[in-house]
Design a protein around this ligand. Sequence first.
Ligand SMILES: CC(C)(COP(=O)(O)OP(=O)(O)OC[C@H]1O[C@@H](n2cnc3c(N)ncnc32)[C@H](O)[C@@H]1OP(=O)(O)O)[C@@H](O)C(=O)NCCC(=O)NCCS
Length: 174
Amino acid sequence: MKIRESNQSDKASIFSLHQNSFGAAEGSTVAKLAIDLLNDETALPILSLVAESDNSIIGHILFTSVKVGNLEFGNAYILAPLAVAPKMQRKGVGTTLINYGLDKLKQRDASLVLVLGDPKYYNRTGFKAEHDIEPPYKLDYPEAWLAQELRTGAFDNVSGAIQCATSLRSPAHW
Ligand SMILES: CC(C)(COP(=O)(O)OP(=O)(O)OC[C@H]1O[C@@H](n2cnc3c(N)ncnc32)[C@H](O)[C@@H]1OP(=O)(O)O)[C@@H](O)C(=O)NCCC(=O)NCCS
């Protein structure tokens, strides 16, 4: 398996991947979100990584910039979406993509990363619910609003609601 940054010509494969992985109920919405975010100037800077095996894309993870407290776009990121092809799940692809992405963001001197997701899955890669950062909307499952520091002390004095990319601002995504 190889991990690399995505490019323009990957967009159709990334769309299909999210559509298939998230299934009938959510697939089209998440696939559209992924492509909208890749085209969204208000999401910049972003980190978009694909996992490839036998020349096909088997995983995709996207980190887009947010602003919160005194942290500017590019200092803080949100992870959304993440998908692994159904046949390739539970083989460590998702975990590898998350850890690879976190390392890349550290290299960019980013301070923190947020995610709205299953705590059982994201606790394993260092995300936790203990922080003072708020989502843009009131959540049905606030325990799924997670964050992690990429440098020690990054949570200190950072509180309040995030500003995220326009494409992510629809209440449907929260
Ligand atoms: C969620 C997802 C990205 C995980 O990727 P993956 O490559 O299958 O996960 P990994 O192999 O890295 O980790 C597997 C472990 O995570 C846990 N896990 C996997 N999917 C999980 C889920 N949806 N919820 C909770 N835990 C999960 C399992 O405990 C599993 O460990 P086990 O096999 O020892 O029981 C993938 O299953 C997927 O694309 N699902 C559909 C899309 C989706 O729901 N994305 C949500 C992102 S918020």
